[in-house]
Design a protein around this ligand. Structure first.
Ligand SMILES: Nc1ncnc2c1ncn2[C@@H]1O[C@H](COP(=O)(O)OP(=O)(O)O)[C@@H](O)[C@H]1O
Ligand SMILES: [Mg+2]
Length: 464
């Protein structure tokens, strides 16, 4: 591995899923980190949001590594929402990796390898590269057709100009193909990366603006570049250590980044990459960006995972670890010991703990309001009142789920606005936990029941 491969990951787009938290666009804090009552999709939970904001500030300054935060609170109090809010406010450059505790046990790799990959997904590297580019307006493209078809590969000439000079370049078959693919024609302003031969169309030259009618409204007009045709440019790539790992691991291609099917990555590969990155840092070519690793439902981890986390946090390149749980005092997986939140004391000791509180009726109402907007559902005032009542009596999540269901019920009766009758209908169609439990108790003997002492974990969920 003489040269680390980077270019392939440049154009990777991160895939975002729309779902329960798509209405969250940030933490909703002002510049003094004070939470606004309703902002960026966030409602209430002021203390926790402010605390998350302080952590975020520390991350943005980029000076600290290896800190860990625990979000603790009852189910449905916005722990995951706050973590998503943090992710949204981080900006594109700072990586945010997310993992549910249980995922570690379902991948085709060891738990610690999965954790290692998650850690490296949360560490970004900004790499500065100087490249030579040729930037100019296309004067003419001339392609010579070979006399005997297929006898020799195509050749041609490309004339480029700036406001000050004009040069003719020889074209090989590869460049001719690339120009054709980009549909480059005279009058276009292009940039050509000298090393890779990659062609980027920057726009149409202003001098051709009279062709506007022929080009259509999407055309972007730009100035003809001035100065030399050949320029040095500094380009910055932001990638994560995990992306570099995958691209450079010989058994997996970079395509594994899309499928997620990366398998285990050998320790030597990682070592080499760490050495190389350290070299780049020394030469001032690269900068580390510790991001955030969020592990939801952290009580699902077992003692081996916790011990791995403890050690990984000691690393100078460690990201900020944010974990969340709704468990009270419960058994640490893989042991017979009980501990607060199911987390061993030595890890617990490193954590800054942020607690979330149950919502008031008014807050529930506002969250439901936001969700209605997010889901494009029109709802009458009375229906919203009823849904809020249901949210208070059952749970916020249940009430949120009813929005979609009620909107479907409304659609079915060809209504435009969700009314009380729709809410009422789906409330009776779908049980919440309380009613479902009641039902189970009534008809207990018709179900298959486990004998023995059952799952004692449930008794320890932080439900009031
Ligand atoms: N403060 C809040 N503002 C807006 N939406 C919230 C807030 N708290 C929770 N939600 C939404 O309520 C639902 C349940 O919250 P969630 O974060 O999943 O709870 P937890 O992770 O604590 O169990 C989610 O759809 C979440 O986006
Ligand atoms: Mg959650």
């Amino acid at each position: 591995m003489a040269e680390l491969k980077l270019s392939e990951s440049r154009d990777l787009t991160r895939i975002e899923r729309i779902g329960a938290h798509s209405h969250i666009r940030g933490l909703g804090l002002d510049s003094a980190l004070e939470p606004r009552q309703v902002s960026e999709g966030m409602v209430g939970q002021a203390a926790a949001r402010k605390a998350a904001g302080v952590i975020l500030q520390m991350i943005k300054e980029g000076k600290i590594a290896g800190r860990a935060v625990l979000l603790a609170g009852q189910p449905g109090t916005g722990k995951t929402a706050i973590a998503m809010g943090m992710a949204k406010s981080l900006g594109l450059e700072t990586p945010f990796a997310m993992l549910a505790g249980s995922e570690l046990f379902s991948l085709e790799m060891s738990k610690t390898e999965a954790l290692m990959q998650a850690f490296r997904k949360a560490i970004g590297v900004r790499i500065k590269e100087e490249t030579e580019v040729i930037e100019g307006e296309v004067v003419e493209i001339q392609i010579d057709r070979p006399a005997v078809s297929g006898a020799a590969s195509k050749t041609g000439k490309l004339t480029l100009k700036t406001t000050e000079m004009e040069t003719v370049y020889d074209l090989g078959a590869k460049m001719i193909e690339a120009l054709g693919k980009e549909k480059v024609q005279s009058g276009d302003v292009v940039a050509i990366d000298k090393a890779s031969g990659k062609i980027t169309k920057l726009g149409r030259s202003f001098s051709r603006s009279r062709d506007y009618d022929a080009m259509g409204p999407q055309t972007k007009f730009v100035q003809c570049p001035d100065g030399e045709l050949q320029k040095r440019k500094e380009v910055v790539h932001c990638v994560t250590l995990h992306e570099i790992d995958v691209i450079n691991s010989r058994t997996q291609g970079f395509l594994a980044l899309f499928t997620g099917d990366t398998g285990e990555i050998r320790a030597e590969v990682r070592e080499q990459i760490d050495t190389k990155v350290a070299e780049w840092r020394e030469e001032g070519k690269a900068e580390m960006i510790p991001g955030v690793l969020f592990i939801d439902e952290v009580h699902m981890l077992d003692i081996e995972c916790f011990s791995f986390l403890n050690r990984a946090l000691e690393n100078e390149m460690a990201p900020i670890l944010v974990v969340a749980t709704n468990r009270g005092i419960t058994t640490i997986r893989g042991t017979n010991y009980k501990s607060p939140h199911g987390i061993p004391i030595d890890l617990l000791d490193r954590l800054l703990i942020i607690t979330t509180q149950p919502y008031t009726e008014d807050e529930i109402r506002k969250i439901l309001d936001i969700r209605c907007q997010e889901e494009d559902v029109e709802m009458s005032e009375e229906a919203k009142c009823l849904l809020t009542k249901i949210g208070v009596e059952t749970s916020l999540r249940y009430a949120i789920h009813l929005i979609t269901a009620a909107a479907l019920a409304c659609l079915k009766r060809k209504g435009k606005t969700v009314e009380m009758e729709d809410i009422n209908r789906v409330y009776h169609l779908f049980l919440d936990v309380k009613r479902s439990t009641q039902y189970l108790i009534e008809f207990q003997n018709q179900y298959i029941n486990e004998t023995g002492d059952g799952d004692e974990d449930d008794a320890n969920t932080m439900v009031s």
